[in-house]
Design a protein around this ligand. Structure first.
Ligand SMILES: Cc1cn([C@H]2C[C@H](O)[C@@H](COP(=O)(O)OP(=O)(O)O[C@H]3O[C@@H](C)C(=O)[C@@H](O)[C@H]3O)O2)c(=O)[nH]c1=O
Length: 185
């Protein structure tokens, strides 16, 4: 496993070591011991999630607040997505900045999104199956988010706006400014 820190501290690109032979390939998609040594974290995942989406589906930008905050290790089993992690850790020197990484079934790349980040992705391929591990359980009442097309965050989703498909919840999400006003209260 190779781990590379992004420009956002604590947010890592993870690339597994792939063994190919005449049968196909093998790789360890997650190894807690190696992962924790290479990231210097004590991450322990407790929930796996999977979603399927068609091209243009944009899920995000989501987080869970307070004691229900989740770190996520995300990857793509089928297709390709642009995955986005936004640093909204109060007091962070990179507050409001984001990283965008293409994750696909071909590149087997994973992104580790630490607690205190918003997360979202848009599907670039015809369909995509998305898989992620979480280090804290789902808690509906703690869900929070920011509108993915917020103009202050200005995420470049690489897909024309008219082709994007959002859930009703995401369409109604608050602005980055409103979110930040709550954080600093
Ligand atoms: C996230 C989640 C949802 N659900 C349910 C609630 C709802 O009825 C249905 C669909 O939920 P959502 O519309 O929130 O699904 P979705 O928009 O895919 O939400 C996910 O988006 C990505 C970007 C993330 O980072 C995740 O943490 C999560 O927020 O699944 C669970 O039962 N457990 C879970 O962990």
């Amino acid at each position: 496993m190779q781990v590379t820190e992004t420009k956002l501290k604590g947010c890592y690109i993870v690339e597994p070591v792939k063994f190919g032979d005449s049968r196909g390939y093998f790789f360890e998609s997650f190894n807690e011991r190696t992962f924790n040594v290479l990231t210097g974290t004590e991450t322990h995942f407790v929930q796996d999630n999977q979603s399927f989406s068609t091209r243009g589906v944009l899920r995000g930008l989501h987080a869970q607040a307070g004691e229900h905050a989740q770190a996520k290790l995300v990857r793509v089993l089928q297709g390709a997505v642009l995955d986005v992690a936004v640093d909204v850790r109060p007091g962070s020197g990179t507050y409001g900045q984001y990283v965008a990484v293409e994750l696909s079934a071909e590149n087997n790349r994973q992104l580790f999104v630490p607690r205190g980040f918003l997360h979202g992705f848009v599907v670039l391929s015809e369909v995509a199956t998305f898989f992620y591990k979480c280090d804290n359980f789902y808690n509906k009442d703690s869900e929070c988010g920011i509108h993915p097309l917020d103009q202050d965050l200005a995420v470049d989703w690489q897909i024309p706006i008219e082709e994007l498909l959002l859930s009703d919840k995401d369409k109604e999400a608050q602005s980055f400014a409103a979110f930040t006003a709550q954080v600093v209260k």
